[in-house]
Design a protein around this ligand. Structure first.
Ligand code: PLP
Length: 407
């Protein structure tokens, strides 16, 4: 267990000291992106002031220290998610790119006409659309795990979806629209009984829940740096070595090759085969500071703090007149989505913004979830480790005011 000192945590995030619309910023849009601690911000400045150089290419000093720092991140990620090999960690632009790599490089060669892909009813668009594009191209079929009115997946229905034609399963660990934590281990085991590989979208899990990809026995695992207190423009695709090795590269270009002639190109080994071109170097390097930051505090301590805050916020929000929670699963993480009778979510968001409170309103890139609940969107409060009960109290007061004005 780490040491959780909320005042110390808050002091690490410079942006929390600013005002918005004349009020202290209260930031509850952490599902979209988290703020960055000064350790990450300093790391980015330091990169440009002291290291700036392209990686994996130069023999000169700066290129070597940049390359070393980038590769430190790879090993850091490996240890953070307990991957077996460091070359199983592909540095990408983010979750979206990671999922697209699998849809493209696993999907195109190994999924054909009439084959089936299982996703769930609560996916973010980035875990729907790449598969639909594959289906359009190859004539394969999307099968969707249904979800109940609480926002929990129907595991019996999931089991029944498997057929001889099922080629991959891809679903989210935590729903960004509902906060549901899915029973990932159980679902992976079910897929493996059918010899089907599983991709987990961990965009909303990695910053809240300790991960061991070997214990989960997951085949592919995707997440973004910017949702875990790290820089934007960097993310991770983990894949089991054997699967990554049998996949073709994603893009052609520098770094991903071994030899190029006009007649033939041979490809580099893992992980570089999937890392064509110059990456977002400073973001890649400074993901290390984000992981260090999380690990210094400890994910167990972070989770305990956030779970307590989630319970408090849920209990206080329940007192708002006319509120209806969207997503009431037994196991939830850091996300509260709701609507208020007769009021459009957008109008609530605008009034809260005037009070310096940032929430998300809309469909949260999960339109099928909104369709299932027959609503245009929700107000979403998504928590991070730097949020407090005092901020929740200010949110509640703001919401009461907004509801009184809009009713
Ligand atoms: N999956 C989930 C569950 C998300 O919440 C998000 C972002 O909100 C994504 C995927 C896409 O992440 P990114 O935009 O960082 O690629």
């Amino acid at each position: 267990m780490g040491n959780f000192d909320i005042q110390k945590v808050r002091a690490d995030f410079p942006i929390l000291k600013r005002e918005v619309n004349g009020k202290p910023l209260i930031y509850f849009d952490n599902g979209a992106t988290t703020h960055k601690p000064k350790q990450v911000i300093d790391g980015i400045v330091d990169y440009y002031a002291q290291m700036n150089s392209n990686i994996h290419r130069g023999v000169h000093y700066l290129s070597q220290i940049s390359t070393d720092a980038f590769e430190v991140t790879r090993r850091k990620v490996q240890a953070f998610i307990h991957a077996k090999h460091e070359h199983e960690i592909i540095i990408t632009k983010g979750t979206t790119e990671s999922i697209n790599i699998i849809a493209s490089c696993y999907g195109r060669p190994f999924i054909g006409a009439g084959d089936e892909i299982i996703i769930s009813a609560m996916e973010h668009h980035s875990n729907i659309v790449p598969w639909q594009m594959l289906c359009d191209e190859k004539g394969c079929v999307l099968r969707v795990i249904p979800m109940d009115e609480k926002g929990e997946l129907d595991i019996a229905a999931y089991q029944a979806l498997f057929s001889e034609r099922t080629k991959i399963v891809s679903f989210t660990y935590v729903s960004n629209a509902l906060g549901t934590i899915n029973p990932v281990k159980e679902m992976i085991d079910i897929a493996h009984k059918h010899d089907v590989p599983v991709l987990i979208d961990a965009a909303q899990a990695i910053q809240h829940i300790a991960i061991d990809v070997q214990e989960l026995d997951v085949d592919f695992f995707a997440f973004s740096g910017h949702k875990m207190y790290g820089p934007t423009g960097v993310g991770v695709l983990y894949g089991k070595e054997a699967l990554l090795n049998k996949m073709p590269p994603y893009q052609g270009g520098g770094d991903m090759i071994r030899d190029v002639t006009f007649e033939k190109t041979t490809y580099n080994d893992l992980p570089f085969k999937f890392e064509a071109g110059t990456p977002n170097i400073e973001a890649g390097i400074c993901l290390t500071q984000a992981i260090d930051y999380i690990q210094d505090i400890g994910l167990d301590a972070i989770k305990a703090y956030e779970d307590d805050l989630l319970d408090y916020a849920t209990q206080e929000l329940a007192k708002i007149d006319g509120i209806r929670f969207i997503g009431t699963a037994a196991h939830k993480s850091s996300v509260i989505s709701f609507v208020v009778d007769g009021i459009h979510p957008y109008d609530i968001g605008v009034i809260l913004d005037k009070l310096g409170i940032a929430v998300r309103t809309g469909h949260h890139c999960a339109q099928p979830v909104m369709s299932q609940f027959s609503i245009p969107g929700t107000v979403r409060v998504s928590l991070a480790m730097y949020n407090t009960k005092e901020e929740v109290d200010i949110l509640i007061a703001g919401l009461e005011r907004a509801v009184a004005m809009l009713k």
